[in-house]
Design a binder for this molecule. Structure first.
Ligand code: SF4
Ligand code: SF4
Length: 154
């Protein structure tokens, strides 16, 4: 490859990666707007969800669809469809699915930690930790409030 050709291919590569970055940004903004319009907050940096229709119990089960807080799951020609822009990777569907490893949710926390859930036990474990953390935070706030009240008395 001549030097000129080499420069041209590098420029095309730069243009393409700029375009990809732009498309990703647009997609991210569209998703944020959509979630905001339904009053839902996405607490994760990134994530994905997969459903194995070979092990799914089908329409008679429907537990994941019923448990999804954002209506990201729906039935389409006998299979579960996923509206990825609506999925906030909360794991409620994994928690309710009666078949282990049928639904797999992976998500990345703002601190960079990546987690994967594919059984109710795994999802329950993290939900308990979150509930315990929230309860501790509430107690802390109450203690701080009551300390402030006591201080204000003096
Ligand atoms: S992870 Fe949460 S938001 Fe996503 S499909 Fe499952 S229940 Fe719905
Ligand atoms: S909860 Fe699991 S088994 Fe039931 S419909 Fe959803 S994916 Fe299928």
């Amino acid at each position: 490859m001549t030097k000129k050709n080499e420069e041209q291919s590098i420029n095309i590569y730069d243009l393409l990666s700029d375009e990809v970055a732009e498309i990703k940004e647009e997609k991210k903004n569209r998703r944020a707007e959509l979630l905001e319009s339904i009053g839902v907050e996405d607490r994760f940096e990134d994530g994905s969800i997969n459903i194995d229709m070979r092990t799914c119990r089908g329409l008679e089960c429907n537990l994941c669809v019923k448990s999804c807080p954002t209506n990201a799951l729906y039935w389409r020609a006998g299979e579960i469809g996923i509206e990825e822009d609506l999925c906030i990777h909360c794991t409620a569907c994994v928690l309710n699915c009666c078949v282990d490893n049928c639904i797999k949710v992976t998500r990345k926390r703002p601190n960079g930690k990546t987690e994967t859930f594919s059984t109710p036990k795994e999802a329950l474990g993290v939900n308990r930790l979150v509930a315990a953390h929230n309860a501790r935070e509430k107690v802390k706030l109450r203690v701080e409030d009551s300390e402030e009240c006591s201080i204000n008395k003096f």
